[in-house]
Design a protein around this ligand. Structure first.
Ligand code: FMN
Length: 333
């Protein structure tokens, strides 16, 4: 893969917090940029710094990090852009893809996609004053996969930095097939740089997409990288031995655990976050589903450590198991 290509880590609310992002940067590596999970409700008069604690100070970030927000309030977007610039950021990402009903029903996330005129009004107000770079992360539509076409035509009229497209509708959530053909159609409509996101679980899967879009330079990896943190390195041709992977994974886990112990003092919540990480990361092992069940069942820190120690010693999964993990296995847990 040519060195000029970029890999971006997708944001995961509740998982890829600052602690996760920095532990990843210390022990794994491979991403060119990391997108932070969305912030919302910062208001349009004065931003309470506690709302930004996951992304400030910028010097905390061990990898280039792009903050993300959810909003339909132009004044709020302008104020957030200015505040992030004051904190040293030069780029922010607008989440127009979140599929959850309580967000989408308020026309936020993918909920705005059926209403291109509403989007246009916000963009007119925003771009009259915005000086920070703005990219967009979106889907094919809320309920109808053709909504994106009009949205892209609207976006063509504004200086958008790039558009990250997850080729599902909001109604599909994260299930069912993605639609690479729709990505191709969208690339023909959009005048902006496009980024592919969705179901890249392993190197062969990436290479198949790469052969469909040989001139595409930027890719966003999500669950595939939460499951196999070495995926971005593998895509960049940096293959590690099993023993090196085990050493790095053990250090990554210890970093996550220790960091969370300080920031989440309640044992149950602390374990809850670690289990959310293992929900995905168990897939890097060949018997991941069973290993995750064991970790999930633990109710004290000592039981948890025993189960994790056992897990970290198990054989790694192969590509076909990784492909299978989200589609067929883990959803039944
Ligand atoms: C638990 C969870 C939290 C997520 N949080 C965010 C978020 O904060 N912002 C966002 O743009 N997407 C979010 N997403 C979507 C992912 O960033 C990504 O687009 C999605 O998982 C599809 O990519 P993948 O198939 O590579 O995982 C989230 C997804 C999940 C499952």
């Amino acid at each position: 893969m040519p060195a000029s290509e970029s890999l971006l880590l997708a944001p995961f609310k509740g998982i890829t917090t600052k602690a996760w992002r920095n532990a990843f940067s210390r022990h794994v590596e491979g991403f060119d940029q990391i997108y932070a999970p969305f912030i919302s409700g910062v208001g349009d008069t004065r931003i309470n710094p506690s709302k930004l604690q996951d992304i400030i100070p910028i010097s905390d970030n061990l990898s280039p990090t792009i903050p993300q927000f959810i909003s339909t309030n132009a004044k709020e977007i302008i104020l957030l852009g200015k505040t992030l610039q004051d904190h040293g950021y030069d780029h922010m990402n607008w989440n127009l893809g979140c599929p959850f009903t309580r967000i989408a029903e308020k026309f936020r996330g993918c909920g705005i996609l059926p209403y291109p005129q509403m989007l246009e009004e916000i963009l007119n107000e925003v771009f009259a004053k915005l000086t920070i770079k703005l990219s967009i992360k979106t889907r094919l539509g809320y309920k109808n996969p053709e909504e994106i076409y009009t949205i892209l035509e609207v976006l063509n009229n504004y200086p958008i930095h790039s558009i990250i497209l997850h080729t599902r509708t909001g109604k599909q959530l994260y299930r069912g097939n993605t639609d690479p053909d729709a990505f191709s159609t969208c690339r023909n409509i959009s005048l902006h740089p496009m980024v592919y996101n969705g179901d890249i679980y392993n190197l062969p899967g990436f290479l198949t997409l790469k052969s469909a879009f040989p001139d595409l330079t930027t890719w966003m990896l999500g669950r595939g990288a939460l499951m196999n943190p070495f995926l971005p390195m593998e895509i960049k041709g940096h293959l590690l031995s099993d023993s090196e992977k085990r050493t790095r994974l053990t250090a990554f886990h210890k970093d996550l655990f220790d960091n969370a112990r300080q920031s989440i003092p309640q044992e149950k919540k602390h374990l809850g976050w670690m289990k959310a990480i293992w929900y995905y990361m168990s897939g890097v092992f060949s018997d991941g589903e069973k290993l995750f069940r064991n970790i999930k069942r633990t109710s004290s820190i000592s039981e948890y450590h025993q189960s994790v120690e056992y897990t970290l010693d198990q054989p790694f999964s192969d590509h076909s198991q990784q492909e299978h993990y989200f589609k067929h296995s883990i959803k039944h847990i």
